[in-house]
Design a protein around this ligand. Sequence first.
Ligand code: NDP
Ligand code: 8X3
Length: 278
Amino acid sequence: MPRKFEHMEPHRQLHAFLCTMPQTILITGATSGFGESTAQRFASEGWRVIITGRRKERLAVLQRELEGLYGSIDAHDKVHALHFDVRDASAVEQAIGGLPEAWQRIDVLVNNAGLAAGLDPIQTGDTGDWERMIDTNVKGLLYVSRAIIPGMIARGKGHIINIGSTAGKEVYPKGNVYCASKHAVDALSKGMRQDLLPHGIKVTQICPGLAETEFSLVRFGGDEAKAKAPYAGIEPLRGADIANLVHFAATLPAHVCINDLVVTPTAQASSMLVHRAG
Ligand code: NDP
Ligand code: 8X3
């Protein structure tokens, strides 16, 4: 134990010592958009980062890029990549349960993996799209949280940051199931905060509005013209904007917890009210 902690009670010494160690963050959906930017931000601040996603090659490229940010010989101890689909409960359990011991102490979990599939009226919606959204945005978030929360409880410390959406605060035409899935994230964030209150675990929800990532390309099945339309004539949010907010929320003093944060481009007042140039 470092000498600077010698004047403290033994149980406080351990806590103070742990607080000086580099912290570990696990980010779901780190292969693009908000998740990738968040991984870059935390790695550049010296955090140990666990990146996850389905696209293995992207994880490998990102891992190398992040390791380069540390500029030290132990950089390979700073980034760990986990490859799994959040919809697969047993894959989630295996991946997180099988983490090497040095990576098991997760201080911050960012539940970011998610998607919209399609934009159709309810009467013609594709049931496969509905399942993808509910399985990823709701059940996937639950599976990952369920695997990580017991460790946080055992340590009496942790922070869960759920990426919700303005679509979890209001409903827009044809947004039906995506909006329902993000309303579920809103409810789960509140429920988690209540249940985890006695365990000293922080729960924060960040709800972005229009942000240009791969989100719309995924929503519109790779149709680039359709994917660009939501951002026409505005300066949308970018991955780095959300990464800054995640970092801000994660680095506040131990007694301060942001519960809910709604963030839009300056040109957006609500899902349906967007001020476009031209
Ligand atoms: P991107 O499409 O750029 O990123 C989505 C990430 O989620 C990817 O890394 C993808 O990785 C991962 N992902 C998707 N499905 C799965 C799955 N089944 N298992 C594991 N990982 C998965 O979009 P964003 O960065 O914009 O989206 C991130 C989050 O932000 C989502 O929850 C989205 O709903 C939310 N959001 C987005 C907004 C926007 O306008 N962009 C606004 C508000 C909220 P891979 O494909 O490699 O698995
Ligand atoms: C993404 C924001 O408005 O495209 O969650 O649904 S929106």
